[in-house]
Design a protein around this ligand. Sequence first.
Ligand SMILES: [Zn+2]
Length: 318
Amino acid sequence: MIFLATKRLQAPAARAPHFSFALMLAPLFAVLVAASCIAEERACGPDALGVSRVVDIDRSKGTAIGLQTYPRTLDLHDHEVILTFDDGPAGPTPQVLDALAKECARVTFFLIGRNAESLPALVKRAGAEGHTIGHHSYSHPDKTLRLMSESAAKADIEKGIAAVDKALGAKAAPFFRFPGFADTHELVADLTSRGYTVFGSDLWASDWAKMTPKAELDLVLSRLEKNRKGIVLFHDAQEITAQMLPEFLRELKKRGYSLVHIRPGDAPTPIVDAGPNWTSTTEPIIAKTLGPKAKLAPQTNGRGAQDEAPKSGEPRGE
Ligand SMILES: [Zn+2]
């Protein structure tokens, strides 16, 4: 980055003497960039969690990932984690951002459009601090997008995208997570055809349940030790998550986990398919919460009906 910046300023200067002022500034610019990088390293120190690597999510080819909902996920190495936070920006979000900054950690936020309208400064802050900003609908409807008409669901998604982009002051990542994981084949197909990657999760912290921050910490760590890697779902709107996050990040470092940061890019998304015995974790929960009317219609290709069938053997609704 320093090399490129210097080179860009030097090239015209060699041909045009009036660019000599720019040439004089180039070393200063390089020093400033280097100083800010060093400052960040110093601020965190070698003991900080940091980011071990950045993975491109192909912005030209959408897909749907996260084993709790889809039969494929990101191809991570053992002990690699991706942290994601839903439902913000909200009251506890600054505390979450502070904890992440202290560890030089980078994560992905799936924002509710309505919240982004109310708290645009937090959206800008999250973006400015290097986090990836994705979408999570405009209104996070209680009935879920699945139980809305397709046109109403699409309108809610689009309104959310526009609200987040406006608050961010730039185009957010083409990343989407369905509220309650309640997708439909049509909505997933529409989003992925437009280059959006739909995110489920590989494990979650259950931070919507009533528990202490310590209980959440123990729970998510035990799930992580079982999975050994994956896309982890939290909610930055949850106070308990904001409270337990500093210790969770310290524990990740202590236990030898490394943090992967995802962002839209041009390289193919590294995908690994689930095994033949894969079943959805979220479909039985959605069926239990919303009733038989929320069942996905059978589909013969992509996510097959066979894959969707909950273990409970409940009849598949229309
Ligand atoms: Zn949500």
